[in-house]
Design a protein around this ligand. Structure first.
Ligand code: NAG
Ligand code: NAG
Ligand code: NAG
Ligand code: NAG
Ligand code: NAG
Ligand code: NAG
Ligand code: NAG
Ligand code: NAG
Ligand code: NAG
Ligand code: NAG
Ligand code: NAG
Ligand code: NAG
Length: 787
């Protein structure tokens, strides 16, 4: 049976040999034997590891009955070949170009490698040409650009390089072309104005390549265009005003390029535009008022540019479908009165204006914004005045970022109505008064940041009712009295910062939740009591600051129960006595240890942190000895003589003690003053932000989800190590990684970065999601398992 195909093949060859001398090369008889030969040649050049073709594409039946081969009825010629989503492997045989009746060729997602055969340009009837989602390399053959039959071309998500034919050397004609996607390749050169000759073109997707040069104004002649996606390239120059002629445009994505100049007024003529992405460029000038007329707009991304002026007050008046508006990281000034207009956007989910220079009062009409608003992000501006109590109407809020503004007045108790709020960031403002006990009713809260305000009074007991609270920062306020016991019953709390208040009292014996703390900062308060109570309970901590308090007692000798994960530990300026346990040398992740100005004594352990004077500070403990490198003196040699021992035991200590106490007291006075001026390592600001991060940033951060960044792959997700633009190293967990390649080329992608954490201790920095792509950005744990 197996010899049959071979026989047919030989027969075909013989016939061809026979015919060849009689026929000029160009007019060979392309009959169904040619089709058979071509299909067999195609079969031979793919790897077909699962034998998908081996058992079916056999010559004992007409090739018209083969899987995924479609023939014309009358002539029994191959008209379509659709093998999408098969794991074929191997390369594409040039013989495929002999299927002269072929009109649809779909080999998308079939793990093909190698070049695209230039011979394909000979196929006179090819209309649909889809090789997307493979690993094809090399240039796109020139011949393809002169195929008058082509309607849809999809070569996206490959490894194609080279440039497009230039308009002068190789003008091309694709008169019937409607769809062209070359996105996610490594194409270079400029975007040829040749596309302007494709008068039927509806979709042009060139995003995620390395195209340079400027956007050809001629594109404005392709007036039927629905989608123009040129994002994530290296395009420079200005946005041509002629783009405004593309009145049928639904999607315009020019984001993540190097575009300069102003946003042309003419874009206001794009009345059908739904997605307008100009983010991550260097655009200047103001936001054109004319954009207000784009009444179908769903997403407007202008973030990370250098836009100036004020936001037009009419923006949003006629934008009933708006869901995402992000203008963060620009130079915008002026008023917030456009918020009145935005109340017409009843579907608004995301409003991001952070990192601008807006200096205005929050209008009461803030409360008129849509109840579907999930994220309101206004941090790092100069917004002043009170937080309007109408904010309690925004019942859909998940995160509210108002930090680093100039807000005054009290925290409105109406916040308690925001039952779905997970992150409340009011830190770094000038808020006064008490922390309203009503905040305890916000039972959905994960993160509450009120630090660096002028709040006073006590910490409300009710905060202990927020069962899901994971991060609480009340640092640098004027809070006093003791920590309510209820806080120590919050089993999910993993970050607590109460530094820089006037809190006092000793910590209770029951602090079970301390075991799970990641970060604890109680520095610069008046806490007292036995330090071993705190230290004995910690297990997973990475950052501990108890400095500048009145803790006493000894450091427990068994630090091994404590956290091998600790990186930063500051116990300075307390009254801690006893010796430094040897187990400190086992804390391999410790990058900063400050035990200075306590009452520690005895030999300093050798090795570990103590061998690096730049990360350890022990001064102000005059009874310590050893570690000459750190400036301490030799420890008295252990003596054998009984008399010496007696001397040491009974005579020396009182003398030393008196001397020590005196010197300690003096230095303490001096250094306490000086120490106050020292800046403690500031809160990791990057963790403290809520912002939109683009899918592109994740692509950059993971080096295009490269294998090199792959940390682990499970059945439902893959985890990549990612270096975000702000320097943060994170882990990105991509759910359903197969869908990665299913991304639409123009990707109206958005990710909401917010500080949300997960109960099981892996810190979730962000959740990122769009139609095709779901990812979590997690705290990176170098050796840890993320599952
Ligand atoms: C065709 O031949 C192959 C073996 O070469 C055999 O497995 C298959 O069943 C045959 N198919 C038909 C329809 O006869
Ligand atoms: C190939 O598969 C199709 C559909 O599964 C079937 O109809 C056809 O007979 C098969 N051909 C051969 C040669 O096995
Ligand atoms: C080739 O075409 C002839 C008719 O022109 C038909 O009889 C024959 O079955 C076809 N062969 C195949 C493999 O389709
Ligand atoms: C690619 O094919 C595989 C099966 O081989 C499938 O699971 C995956 O969903 C396909 N990807 C796309 C983008 O269609
Ligand atoms: C089929 O294609 C190959 C490669 O392009 C070519 O060498 C061969 O001559 C073609 N055969 C026919 C019959 O056209
Ligand atoms: C090409 O194939 C991909 C993957 O199967 C599919 O998503 C896309 O819609 C196809 N393109 C065209 C133009 O048919
Ligand atoms: C992509 O193509 C380049 C050469 O153009 C090659 O070095 C590289 O290995 C290819 N990458 C993949 C994933 O095929
Ligand atoms: C397309 O055909 C024209 C006319 O034959 C030729 O001048 C041009 O160079 C061809 N373009 C490409 C890209 O091959
Ligand atoms: C195409 O656009 C350019 C620049 O926008 C213009 O100068 C030219 O006349 C247009 N060509 C056609 C055929 O409309
Ligand atoms: C905005 O302008 C400043 C100063 O000219 C420059 O440093 C910065 O990179 C620009 N930002 C963008 C996004 O272009
Ligand atoms: C919006 O459209 C109306 C009517 O088409 C026009 O009169 C008005 O000038 C446009 N507004 C702006 C700001 O361009
Ligand atoms: C918006 O809010 C203001 C102040 O809260 C109120 O007076 C006004 O009626 C509201 N407007 C709309 C359209 O809801």
């Amino acid at each position: 049976m197996e010899v049959l195909p071979t026989l047919i093949f030989i027969a075909v060859q013989l016939i061809l040999l026979f015919l060849h001398p009689l026929q000029p090369a160009m007019s060979r008889p392309h009959n169904n034997f040619t089709d058979l030969e071509s299909l067999l040649a195609f079969k031979a050049s793919v790897a077909d590891p699962h034998g998908l073709l081996a058992t079916n594409w056999t010559a004992n039946a007409s090739f018209c009955s083969w899987n995924d081969v479609r023939c014309s009825h009358r002539r029994q010629r191959v008209v379509a070949l659709k093998l999408a989503d098969f794991s074929l492997g191997g390369s594409i045989s040039p013989h495929i170009a002999n299927l002269s009746f072929l009109s649809r060729l779909d080999l998308s997602n079939t793990t093909l490698t190698g070049p695209i055969p230039g011979a394909i340009g000979r196929l006179p009837r090819l209309a649909l040409f889809n090789l997307s989602c493979n690993s094809l390399s090399g240039p796109i053959p020139l011949s393809i650009f002169n195929m008058s039959s082509l309607v849809k071309v999809s070569l996206g998500m490959n490894n194609l390089s080279g440039s497009l034919p230039s308009d002068t050397d190789h003008p091309f004609m694709l008169p019937r072309l409607q769809f062209m996607s070359l996105s996610k390749n490594h194409l270079t050169g400029s975007i040829t104005p040749n596309f302007a000759r494709c008068s039927q073109l509806l979709v042009l997707g060139l995003s995620y390549n390395n195209f340079g040069g400027s956007i050809p104004p001629e594109l404005g002649n392709v007036t039927g265009l629905n989608i123009l996606a040129l994002g994530a390239n290296q395009l420079s120059g200005t946005i041509p005003a002629s783009i405004g002629k593309l009145s049928k445009l639904n999607v315009l994505d020019l984001g993540a390029n190097y575009l300069q100049g102003a946003i042309p007024e003419e874009l206001g003529n794009l009345l059908d535009v739904q997605y307008l992405g100009l983010a991550e460029n260097s655009l200047t000038g103001s936001i054109p008022m004319a954009l207000s007329n784009a009444s179908k707009i769903h997403t407007l991304f202008l973030y990370v540019n250098n836009l100036t002026g004020s936001i037009p007050a009419t923006l949003g008046v006629s934008w009933p479908r708006l869901e995402f508006l992000s203008i963060h990281t620009n130079q915008l000034t002026g008023r917030l009165d456009f918020i009145n207009s935005l109340s017409n956007c009843r579907k608004l989910q995301y409003l991001g204006l952070s990192e601008n220079k807006i200096s205005d009062f929050l209008p009461d009409s803030l409360g008129n914004l849509s109840t579907s608003l999930n994220h309101l992000v206004l941090y790092r501006n100069y917004i002043k005045g009170r937080i309007p109590s109408t904010i309690g109407n925004l019942s859909g809020l998940i995160s509210l970022g108002l930090w680093q503004n100039e807000l005054t007045g009290e925290i409105p108790s109406e916040f308690s109505r925001l039952q779905g709020l997970q992150g409340l960031f009011l830190n770094r403002n000038r808020l006064r008064g008490y922390i309203p006990p009503e905040l305890g009713l916000m039972t959905g809260l994960n993160a509450l940041y009120l630090e660096e305000n002028a709040l006073s009074g006590t910490i409300p007991h009710s905060l202990g009712n927020i069962g899901g609270l994971q991060s609480l920062s009340l640092a640098a306020n004027g809070l006093f009295s003791s920590i309510p016991d209820s806080l120590w019953s919050l089993s999910g709390l993993i970050e607590l910062n109460l530094s820089g208040n006037a809190l006092d009292g000793s910590l209770p014996r029951q602090m079970d939740n301390l075991k799970f703390f990641d970060k604890l900062d109680l520095s610069k308060n008046r806490f007292s009591g036995d330090i071993s109570r705190v230290l004995g309970n910690l297990q997973m901590i990475t950052y501990l600051d108890l400095s500048n308090n009145s803790f006493d007692g000894e450091i427990p000798s068994s630090l091994d129960r404590l956290v091998i994960s600790i990186g930063y530990m500051n116990l300075s300026y307390n009254r801690i006595s006893g010796t430094i346990p040897k187990s400190f040398t086992n804390l391999g992740k410790l990058y900063s240890l400050d035990l200075s100005f306590n009452k520690l004594q005895g030999p300093i352990p050798e090795g570990g942190v103590f061998s690096n004077s730049s990360i350890v500070s022990l001064e102000g403990n005059p009874a310590l000895c050893g570690a000459l490198k750190l400036g301490f003196s030799h420890c008295p040699p252990p003596s054998n003589s009984k008399s010496n021992l007696h001397l040491l035991k009974y005579i020396l200590p009182p003398i030393v003690l008196v001397v020590l106490l005196l010197s300690c007291f003096c230095t303490r006075l001096i250094f306490r003053r000086w120490g106050k001026k020292l800046k403690l390592p500031s809160e990791d600001a990057s963790l403290n932000t809520i912002r939109v991060v683009s899918y592109r940033e994740l692509v950059r951060a993971t080096n295009n989800f490269s294998e090199a960044n792959l940390v682990g792959r499970g059945s439902f997700s893959s985890v990549f190590k990612a270096y975000l633009d702000d320097g943060l190293t994170t882990a990105v967990k991509v759910l359903n990684s197969e869908n990665l390649s299913a991304l639409r080329s123009f990707d109206a992608e958005y990710c909401i970065l917010s500080k949300i954490r997960h109960r099981n201790l892996v810190r979730i920095i962000s959740m990122c999601s769009n139609l095709d792509f779901k990812a979590l950005v997690l705290q990176f744990m170098p050796n840890g398992s993320l599952e």
